[in-house]
Design a binder for this molecule. Structure first.
Ligand SMILES: Cc1cc2nc3c(=O)[nH]c(=O)nc-3n(C[C@H](O)[C@H](O)[C@H](O)COP(=O)(O)OP(=O)(O)OC[C@H]3O[C@@H](n4cnc5c(N)ncnc54)[C@H](O)[C@@H]3O)c2cc1C
Length: 418
């Protein structure tokens, strides 16, 4: 058979959270689109498996029934009510996500293996406006006469798919990013993470708090223990690549050493069993503003380097940027304008207006984290002060408050108990 030619309004490469987020809202706006995915779902993705309020927000906007489905299925999606920070000095601080919880409050976050979560999103992409090719190979991306043309192979057949715009939702090693942005114009700030699944970890919080252990040898990174359904836990470490290079760190050895020897952590793993092999993946962090689009293309999620540099959270930002990309495409269609100037205003500027402040604060926090004394100091103070604990709790939802954390005046105030 010859090359089959398909025309559509938008081509999405990748069906992870960023691709799914874009697709949900294109379907909502009744815009036909084609999704090209190299894997076959359900597929795994190396991750901490923790989903924040932003993930819930986008899913709720796409379809409130989907969020209800998640909240009602605690066997697959475990509700999480807070976070435990463990300072470099070993002191633990429990911070609930919602300061004013009542019996009707829904958990703001949840944990779920990505194998389950991404397949949930994938199933929800089904719509008359969405055609999906999975297990497909992108062979080339070309710009021809104001359009984008993707040649791909699927089930042994060759296709040429054409649209006025392409959305790179293909993660950390994005081929769309590679095609349109040279690395020199868009340097990536990288962290590397390892993920391990354990069963039988003890001492987990009764309200499924996720745990971040800021061990001195890993700063400004951390070791995490996130409870999962069915007695499982996602355990991992994330550290800046430059620190790994500088200190010649063997990440796997360092993680296993902490699990075996750290006085707080080791007893909790005494009877725990490693399930599956330990796997690693990169985290493109949003340390600075970057170009997210150009003539006929947009980047979303990890392909756009939108991972929160402090928390390492990227699922929510992937879904959110997908939602904003779909909104921009709707405007571009109305104006028949897919130029770099138009997409910058309709997409890049909107992404940074909505997420820019939050990412900037997180970048500052990440830089501050390399000072163990500062971390110990805040945790020691918060340990003794319920009002400071309450302030930190509110910082999860209140950006103005979170900004305080990145200012020296915040530390002076707590030093003098103001
Ligand atoms: C160790 C680790 C721990 C993490 N922990 C958390 C956490 O707890 N919470 C959180 O919110 N975030 C976490 N993150 C970040 C999070 O995993 C990512 O930010 C998120 O997956 C980004 O979604 P995405 O859709 O942009 O990319 P991905 O999830 O990577 O999806 C990209 C999709 O594109 C497909 N694809 C790739 N290349 C091609 C191609 N050439 N052609 C077609 N398809 C292609 C892939 O198969 C995949 O399905 C973690 C990351 C790591 C590495």
């Amino acid at each position: 058979m010859g090359i089959q030619k398909l025309e559509t309004s938008a081509i999405i490469i990748g069906a992870g959270p960023a691709g799914a987020g874009t697709s949900f809202f294109l379907s909502k706006y009744r815009i036909p689109h084609i999704v090209i995915e190299k894997e076959t779902f359900p597929r795994d993705k190396v991750c901490g498996d923790a989903c924040s309020g932003k993930t819930a927000l986008v899913i709720n906007r796409a379809n409130p029934e989907w969020l209800t489905e998640i909240l009602n299925d605690e066997h697959s999606f475990m509700p999480s009510w807070g976070i435990t920070f463990v300072a470099p000095n070993g002191k633990a601080l429990d911070i609930p996500f919602s300061a004013n919880r009542t019996k009707d409050t829904k958990a703001p976050g949840f944990t779920v293996p990505r194998l389950t979560f991404d397949n949930f999103l994938f199933q929800k992409m089904s719509s008359p406006c969405c055609t999906i090719f999975q297990d497909a190979k992108v062979n080339a991306i070309e710009n021809v006469a104001g359009k984008v043309s993707v040649s791909m192979t699927h089930n042994g057949d060759d296709y040429e798919v054409t649209a006025p715009v392409i959305i790179g939702a293909d993660g950390d090693k994005s081929v769309v990013r590679k095609k349109y942005l040279s690395e020199s114009t868009a340097p990536k700030t990288y962290a590397v993470g390892l993920r391990a699944y354990y069963e039988g970890v003890t001492g987990l919080h009764a309200d499924n708090f996720i745990e971040l252990h800021f061990l001195p040898e890993m700063l400004p990174g951390y070791l995490w223990i996130f409870p999962l359904p069915n007695g499982m836990a996602n355990v991992g470490v994330g550290i800046l690549s430059e620190r790994i290079r500088e200190k010649k760190i063997n990440l796997r050895e360092q993680m296993l050493f902490a699990i075996k020897n750290n006085p707080q952590i080791a007893p909790r793993f005494a009877n725990a069993k490693l399930v599956d092999k330990i796997q690693g993946w990169g985290l493109p962090l949003a340390m600075e503003k970057q170009q997210l689009s150009g003539d006929n293309f947009m980047l979303t999620g990890d392909a756009a380097c939108l991972i929160d540099p402090f928390s390492g959270e990227g699922i929510g930002n992937a879904l959110y940027s997908g939602m904003l990309a779909a909104m921009a495409i709707q405007q571009a269609m109305e104006q028949s304008n897919y130029s770099a100037a138009f997409l910058k205003t309709a997409y890049d500027d909107v992404v940074y207006k909505r997420l820019g402040d939050e990412l900037k604060i997180s970048a500052t926090l990440q830089r501050l984290c390399k000072y163990p004394w500062l971390f110990n100091f805040v945790v020691n103070k918060a340990y003794k002060s319920p009002s400071l604990r309450n302030t930190i709790s509110c910082m999860f939802t209140d950006m103005d408050l979170r900004e305080q954390l990145s200012k020296p005046s915040f530390y002076f105030k707590i030093l003098f108990n103001k």
